[in-house]
Design a protein around this ligand. Structure first.
Ligand code: DX5
Ligand code: ZN
Length: 234
């Protein structure tokens, strides 16, 4: 359904701070249980990391897993495409159930056409930038985006150390971007780093290890949300 996902992004932006559990860190022997438990714990979105072993030095999961998670979850699926030539797969990830599709500026230096295509598919368009990439690289494209995903680790793996370079970028984007843009941060977000991310302007916080590494998902989600809430202006 065209446009539904931008409404979903608006809902999440207004619900800020939103924790987006990153399924890369879940128990893949029990994906259905993990997705359902995260949603029952209060997760309003699930972050799905797609890796092709080419754009990033790791392989994660692809279309069949997205389809399977779509079947067992009712929340928006925030699909992070860490793949080369993402334009080849946009339709298929949308058909598989992706509500948000995020591509990397490092792979698509002029992303306008792909961002427009994502929106034409009815998904919300996201643009991501890695720690070494200056925030100026994405600024010309903000009007074509519904989400900017600021990486605080080099993409490819969960459980890495948070890189504070993301904070300056979040502050800059908060200052220059329209208030309708969802600002997200991804990588090494935990109880020690989430407050700084919120203070810098993030509204959505992708959390893998620091969420799925805990027994009680509901308690963990509440802890992280409370920490972010202190500094989030909706
Ligand atoms: C890294 C992924 C992240 C990662 C986050 O390439 O894009 O979403 O799964 O995991 P943590 O929170 O463990 O850094
Ligand atoms: Zn990610």
């Amino acid at each position: 359904m065209a446009g539904c996902s931008s409404a979903q992004i608006d809902t999440l932006r207004l619900a800020a701070p939103v924790i987006a559990p990153s399924m890369l860190a879940c128990d893949f022997a029990n994906v259905e249980r993990e997705a359902r438990r995260a949603e029952q714990a209060g997760a309003q979105v699930l972050h799905l990391d797609i890796m092709d072993g080419h754009f990033v030095p790791n392989l994660s999961f692809g279309l069949p897993v997205v389809k399977a998670i779509r079947r067992v979850s009712t929340v928006p699926l925030d699909v992070h495409l860490m793949i080369s030539q993402p334009g080849r797969y946009l339709e298929r990830f949308r058909e598989a159930g992706a509500d948000f599709l995020t591509i990397h500026i490092e792979e698509e230096p002029d992303p306008t056409a792909l961002l427009d295509k994502i929106r034409s598919l009815g998904a919300a368009a996201g643009l991501s930038l890695n720690p070494p990439t200056p925030v100026e690289a994405v600024e010309p494209y903000l009007d074509s985006c519904d989400q900017i995903l600021v990486m605080s680790v080099m993409p490819g793996f969960g459980g890495q150390e948070f890189d504070p370079v993301a904070l300056d970028k979040l502050e800059r984007l908060k200052a220059v971007a329209s208030s309708r843009l969802l600002l997200s941060v991804d990588g090494g977000v935990n109880e020690k780093t989430i407050e700084r991310c919120a203070r810098a302007g993030a509204g959505m916080f992708v959390v893998g290890t620091a969420f799925f590494g805990f027994e009680n998902y509901q308690q963990r989600l509440a802890e992280l949300t409370d920490l972010a809430d202190t500094f989030t202006d909706a």
